[in-house]
Design a protein around this ligand. Structure first.
Ligand code: ATP
Ligand code: MG
Length: 415
């Protein structure tokens, strides 16, 4: 039997792991600068959390969840997204009773049973932030600004911020009626999933991935034209805040986010460099989610950012992911005394924070030098009886073969 990784999953092999480490440390850094604190939640949750939290008319809940019964007969789901678990933890820890807002960030695997393709996996990874407990558009602007700054720091330029408003419980029903009137004559031609959404959540039909349905919904009435005064004012306020920090955006009335409980702000960072999977980061406001999951009536706003898509984009733009991970120095040796001397020196250098390496297979000198080349060591030093006796070492720069004499005590500084 040949065992291979499950379809839609990917190993991060050791020649790529430094890229992940780089974005993860930069992510933690920017979040702390913005005052978000890390939250870690389990990989699996009670299924009901997602049917309530994501919404049972969404693609995620209708077709994409990894759901199973555990041995105790509970229905369990591998988390398809990070917001609902964050809300659950917020409620369960009584954090809602503390001073608000609560600002969380997370870094998590997500699982969705999708058709695997470039930029679309069954196990993928997300960064996300959430701000719970404020209605102010300053929170929405802060969330968007963090996303913008982070993508900018990651060297991504070919990206557009699209923003919209999906309204609130007051104005949505008007749009819904207009949308149903528009869709009713086309209902027979829509896909089965969309037919089932017509009564419960017709706005979701605008987000259908089927080409036929996308053509049918062209020209549909847009939520932006139906906003109540409150939602329109908030949308204007958001734009003002973004203008104040010089963030460029495109108002895009076609954005419909993947969750049912989004209200008001919806946004996506979109690139043309990743083909059809162009959304790197998406988020918005969800003023009823916390209540829906069983907490108090409290608003929230946040986003999710796909790490795989981020990394491909950084690779396309030639990012160096924090630079070199190759050894700074390789120590080669000849003879038993030199071997012990080298092992001690290796330990000293590493203790001083230098990436130092030697051959633990004990090859002969020629083999060791070949290995040093293979590892792309920046410098090499060869230790023999003379070096052991005098402490006088010869440091060789591997890129130009230049040799310099250094005392053992000065080696750390020389590198
Ligand atoms: P899409 O429209 O591409 O399906 P989505 O709206 O389902 O995205 P979200 O639920 O908003 O995505 O998730 C946030 C981010 O996570 C996305 O912008 C994307 O970068 C990433 N993402 C979502 N699904 C996948 C997946 N199956 N594989 C890899 N990355 C994904
Ligand atoms: Mg999706």
């Amino acid at each position: 039997m040949e065992i291979i990784a499950p379809k839609g999953t990917k190993d991060v092999l050791s020649n790529n792991a430094y890229k992940w480490q780089y974005i993860e440390s930069e992510w933690a850094k920017i979040c702390s600068e913005y005052g978000f604190k890390e939250l870690r939640t389990p990989v699996f949750e009670a299924t009901e959390l997602f049917s309530r939290g994501v919404g049972d008319t969404t693609d995620i809940v209708q077709k994409e969840m990894y759901t199973f019964n555990d041995l105790g007969g509970r229905s369990i789901t591998l988390k398809p997204e990070g917001t609902s678990p964050a809300v659950r933890a917020f409620i369960e820890s009584n954090q809602y009773a503390q001073t608000q807002p609560t600002k969380y960030y997370y870094n998590t695997p997500c699982f969705r049973y999708e058709k695997p393709q470039e930029g679309r996996l069954r196990e993928f990874h997300q960064f996300g932030i959430e701000n719970f407990g404020t209605h102010s558009m300053l929170a929405d602007a802060e969330v968007i600004t963090l996303g913008y700054d982070f993508l900018n720091r990651m060297g991504i330029r070919d990206i557009e911020l699209h923003i919209s408003s999906v309204g609130c419980r007051k104005c949505r029903p008007l749009h819904r009626t207009a949308l149903q009137d528009f869709l009713r004559p086309k209902l027979d031609c829509l896909c089965d999933t969309c037919k089932s959404r017509f009564d419960k959540n017709p706005m979701r039909i605008l987000d259908c991935k089927s080409k036929e349905d996308q053509a049918l919904v062209k020209g549909a009435p847009m939520m932006l034209d139906f906003l109540c005064d409150d939602c329109r004012n908030d949308f204007e306020q958001l734009k003002k805040h973004l203008d104040a920090v010089g963030i460029k955006y495109v108002v895009d009335p076609t954005i419909v986010r993947g969750l049912d409980y989004y209200t008001k702000t919806a946004f996506e960072f979109i690139t043309t460099l990743l083909g059809a999977q162009g959304t790197v980061c998406g988020g918005g406001r969800y003023d009823h989610l916390i209540e829906e999951i069983g907490g108090p009536d409290m608003p929230g706003v946040g986003f999710g950012l796909g790490k795989e898509r981020l990394i491909s984009l950084m690779e396309k733009s030639g990012h160096d992911f924090g630079g070199d991970t190759d050894p700074q120095i390789f120590i080669a040796w000849i003879g038993d005394d030199a071997r012990e001397y080298s092992f001690t020196l290796l330990h000293e250098l590493r203790t001083a924070g230098i990436r130092a390496e030697m051959d633990t297979r004990e090859r002969n000198l020629k083999g060791q030098m070949k290995y040093a080349n293979k590892l792309r060591a920046a410098y090499t030093v060869v230790i023999g009886d003379d070096e052991v006796a005098t402490g006088e070492l010869t440091l060789k720069n591997m890129s130009n073969s230049e040799q310099t004499k250094v005392r053992r005590e000065e080696l750390t500084d020389a590198i």
